[in-house]
Design a protein around this ligand. Structure first.
Ligand SMILES: [Zn+2]
Length: 453
């Protein structure tokens, strides 16, 4: 590779200045459309190109230095800096087609058509979505030299001129993984606590998913409970894309405490286990209410609103209408439909000899029909107030060998523990994870202190 020219070096520096990076980051975080900035950062993927400068959409931006085009044999590395091209870039706005976006940016209709056509077979622009990003470079004759398109789902395509025509290809965007620790102290629901800490509240669902056999996240959490999570985060070109999986977590509560570690066995099966390799899974979930966004603090202080008695063959969970209902265990649909005072209801039969009953539903999920199999944690319906009911709630009943039992006091067996040959690798992970969990600070105490002032 040749020594960069003085002009290149200057452009390079400017392109990578912290201000430009800040704008790129902000634009990326807000969604490039919001700021009207062009926010690709092609330097990571395409090492043969210096970083593109932010370009205002819907206007043609002339490069600061206009030079003659370099001869064809010039290194591609230098091309982007030497080119006298105009660039148009931005994000698709709601309802905007790619053609409309390019036209609005001042691209000649024939050139816009050509650019779009160059990615045919790779991209279906009819399925383009608001926020999808694009950039097109046009030479002084109005011909398209380069066209880049990136979907919000991080697929990137580029078409470049080769021998007088545009040739398109897909570019892989590298996704990195890193491990982050998140801790907190509950002052309201887990969801709201995460939200208030500025974390992705969706992290709550990862925790619920791992601990759903021991913790009913509607009823069990209490103010002051603490949690620590070790989560794998996906990072694309330096910016967080989202969380992929929970590696380890600890929940220390007034009513219930659980610590669990993720393990993937040699067959690819994933589960959560305690530090001795005991399975966190049980044949039945602690509660059949699937945790959804909870905005009512701790929900119900009394758990449940109506308990099991000889006159009430089940327990009642108050929950907003529409709250998803999980199958508490693997099983088969025994009844699904309107069942008298139970209203719209589902009865499931389980291989353990149990039967579970879910009453007053607002709806039954498609596919939940007589004789069909359901899996534990499958959403089978939604909370409602059908049948003999005074307000939205789930009546959850359980029979064991034909007799009603209290579902909250049953001791259900756990899943298989890790076998000896898996245990060694797992134990090594536990040592590492436990040390990292211990390093996570609980943010809640600090914010409580500052609130008190
Ligand atoms: Zn009831």
């Amino acid at each position: 590779m040749s020594e960069p020219t003085r002009g290149n070096a200057k452009r390079d520096r400017r392109g990578r200045s912290s201000a430009a990076e800040f704008l790129l980051t902000v634009a990326a975080l807000l969604g490039a459309g919001a700021l009207g900035l062009y926010a690709f950062a092609p330097e990571v993927l395409e090492r043969d190109r210096p970083v593109a400068e932010p370009v205002a959409p819907r206007s043609i931006v002339r490069p600061a230095v206009v030079e003659k085009p370099e001869p064809a044999e010039a290194a591609t590395e230098d091309r982007a800096t030497a080119e006298p091209w105009f660039r148009v870039g931005g994000s698709l706005r709601p309802g905007q087609t790619m053609f409309a976006a390019l036209s609005a940016g001042g691209v000649d209709p024939a050139a816009a058509q050509e650019a779009i056509r160059s990615l045919e077979g790779l991209v279906s622009f009819r399925r383009a979505r608001p926020g999808d990003r694009y950039e097109v470079a046009i030479d002084e004759t109005g011909a398209v030299k380069r066209f880049q398109y990136q979907t919000s789902s991080l697929k990137r395509f580029v078409a470049e001129e080769q021998g007088g025509k545009l040739v398109g290809r897909r570019i892989e965007i590298p996704v990195e993984k890193r491990v982050v620790g998140i801790g907190g102290r509950l002052r309201s629901s887990l969801y709201e606590t995460l939200q208030r800490q500025g974390e992705d509240p969706g992290l709550a669902f990862l925790l619920v998913d791992a601990f759903a056999w021991d913790i009913d996240f509607y009823c069990d959490p209490r103010e002051g409970d603490t949690f620590r999570m070790l989560v794998e985060q996906l990072v694309v070109e330096g910016r967080p894309l989202g969380y992929s999986q929970l590696l380890a977590a600890e929940y220390l509560g007034e009513l219930v405490s659980v610590t669990g570690y993720r393990h993937e066995d040699q067959g690819g099966g994933v589960g959560y286990y305690d530090e001795r390799g005991q399975n966190l899974q049980k044949t039945f979930l602690k509660s059949p209410l699937k945790y959804a966004r909870v905005t009512s603090g701790f929900g119900r202080r009394v758990h449940p609103v109506l308990g099991f008695s000889h006159r009430h063959n089940g327990v009642d969970f108050a929950a907003p209408s529409g709250t998803p209902v999980w199958a508490a265990a693997d099983g088969m649909v025994k009844r699904a439909g309107w069942i008298g005072a139970c209203g719209r209801a589902i009865f499931l039969r389980h291989p353990t000899g149990h039967e579970t009953q879910y009453c007053h539903l607002s709806r039954i999920a498609p596919g939940v029909k007589l004789g069909q199999r359901v899996a534990q944690k499958q959403v089978i319906g939604a909370v409602g107030s059908t049948g003999r009911s005074t307000g939205p709630h789930l009546h959850y009943g359980m029979k064991n060998r034909g007799r009603f039992v209290n579902p909250l006091t049953q001791n259900f067996p756990r899943g298989k523990p890790l076998p000896g040959e898996e245990l060694e690798a797992f134990s090594a992970d536990v040592v590492r994870y436990r040390a990292r969990l211990a390093e996570i600070s609980i943010g809640g105490s600090q914010s409580l202190a500052s609130q008190a002032q």
